[in-house]
Design a protein. Structure first.
Length: 95
């Protein structure tokens, strides 16, 4: 499976939800296609992150976790290469 196929099968919402996005919930405040959310990667009382569900991009302005599903998994699972991150995503979300 290539990167585009993987991103078609696994959304950024699923990955963020896996790491706890739902435990904080959405603020409902957004601009354009970016929605302000509480970051699931640190204690976040003030919705310091933004996510674009259409583009599959995330950025926290406090802990600086950013990118797409591959970037997020690499940071959170301490994986240092894309092929390994792809395997982790396939195993966790598809198989």
């Amino acid at each position: 499976m290539n990167i585009d196929e993987l991103k078609d099968k696994v959304t950024i919402y699923e990955v963020l939800e896996y790491y706890g996005l739902d435990s904080y919930g959405h603020t409902g405040h957004g601009w354009g296609n970016w929605e302000k959310v509480h970051c699931p990667f640190h204690f976040d009382q003030h919705a310091s992150a933004s996510v674009n569900f259409d583009k599959g991009r995330f950025h926290c302005f406090v802990c600086d976790v950013r990118g797409d599903i591959l970037d997020i998994v690499q940071v959170m699972e301490h994986i240092d290469n894309i092929p390994e991150a792809m395997r982790w995503i396939e195993t966790t979300f598809i198989e």
